[in-house]
Every structure is written in C-alpha cells, then in structure tokens.
Design a protein around this ligand. Structure first.
Ligand SMILES: CC(C)(COP(=O)(O)OP(=O)(O)OC[C@H]1O[C@@H](n2cnc3c(N)ncnc32)[C@H](O)[C@@H]1OP(=O)(O)O)[C@@H](O)C(=O)NCCC(=O)NCCS
Length: 159
C-alpha cells in the first residue's frame, strides 16, 4: 500500500469533518473528562477557525486515491512568546484501519516542507500528555518539548 500526500480539495471536506469529529475525543485528558459529542463540536469549531484563515494549508494522505488521513496547518499565527513566525499543526488524524503504515509521518514531513517553502523557521503543535501514540509519533519525527500546559482541578465552592 503506497501512501502519498497532496493538498486538500473541496471534495475532501466530508472526510476531514468525519475523521476529525470521530477522533477528537483522543485529546481528552484524564483530569478533564468530556463526552464524544462535545469533542466533535470542538473539532468543528477548530475547523471553522482554520477556514477563516486563508493561509491555512490542509494536507491529505491518500492510498489508492482514497483519503486516509489529514493535517491542518496554520501558517499565519506567530509563536505567542517570541513572535517568531511558525507553522502550527492544528490537528491531524489517520483512519484507524490504516495506522502504523507511515501516513502520519508522511503528513508531518509534508507539513515541514510547507513550512520550509514558506520561510517559516519552526513547526509546532500541542499534544495531550496522555496521547501516547501521538507523542511517540512526534518524538520520532524530531519534535522536542518546548512548553507545558499545567492544570489543577478547582473544586466548586460548597463541595
Ligand atoms: C497519532 C496518529 C496520527 C498516528 O498515525 P499513524 O499513521 O498510525 O502514524 P505512523 O504510522 O506514521 O507512525 C510513525 C511512528 O510514530 C510512532 N507511533 C505511531 N503510532 C503509534 C502507537 N500507536 N504506539 C506507539 N508508537 C506509535 C511510531 O514510532 C511510528 O513508527 P513505526 O510504526 O515505524 O514504529 C494516529 O494514531 C491517529 O490518528 N490518532 C488519533 C488522532 C490523534 O491523536 N491525533 C493527534 C492529535 S495531537
């Protein structure tokens, strides 16, 4: 099975919406539960945010002409601390049946190439600490930890 990566076309929209909504719950952490409907809605909001930005690059991994994965790359929001320009992976996912065949690694390599061609010196993303497959993928693809999001549960008054 050969996997290639190309830019998204209008016809890929339903694939992206479906796979994104199906997989978004994987970003839920152990300390902040949410149901699948909530995370699907959150994915649709993220997609709308990306749509509003004309410089967003959407990449599709395909096998035999059939989409098997996607990556949303935001290219116009600099790093909030340094203001250094960057390419930011807003989300990526691969169909469960096609995992561990290199589709995600190819999507990330293509995203890196997009960043290079746009003159953006960094490729960044956020990942949930509990998401072991994604963390392993990113480590393997050359990403290093830069910042951490720390969260503490706040008990409601009177509990
Ligand atoms: C994370 C995800 C995108 C990986 O996609 P994939 O196409 O299976 O990844 P690849 O086949 O390109 O894997 C490349 C490397 O990443 C690592 N990796 C990927 N999945 C892994 C897993 N389940 N366990 C351990 N390592 C894994 C491995 O090092 C792998 O290389 P190898 O297969 O030669 O060992 C996929 O599991 C997915 O869609 N998950 C749900 C959505 C998600 O979590 N998105 C990320 C949001 S931040």
């Amino acid at each position: 099975m050969t996997i290639g990566v190309r830019h998204a076309r209008a016809g890929d929209r339903r694939f992206i919406e479906a796979l994104g909504a199906e997989t978004a719950h994987i970003g839920v952490s152990a300390i902040r539960p949410a149901d699948a409907d909530t995370t699907a809605r959150a994915f649709h909001r993220l997609l709308a945010f990306c749509d509003e930005r004309p410089k967003t690059v959407t990449l599709i991994a395909e096998s035999g002409g059939i989409p098997v994965g996607f990556l949303l790359l935001v290219t116009d929001i600099p790093d909030d601390v340094t203001q250094s320009p960057q390419a930011f992976v807003a989300y990526m996912a691969v169909e469960p049946a096609v995992r561990r065949r290199g589709a995600a690694a190819k999507l990330l390599a293509a995203a890196e190439e997009e960043a290079r061609s746009l003159g953006l010196p960094h490729l960044s993303l956020m990942v949930t600490a509990d998401n072991a497959p994604a963390r392993s993928l990113y480590r393997r693809s050359g990403f290093t930890d830069e910042r951490l999001v720390l969260t503490k549960r706040v008990e409601p008054t009177g509990s």
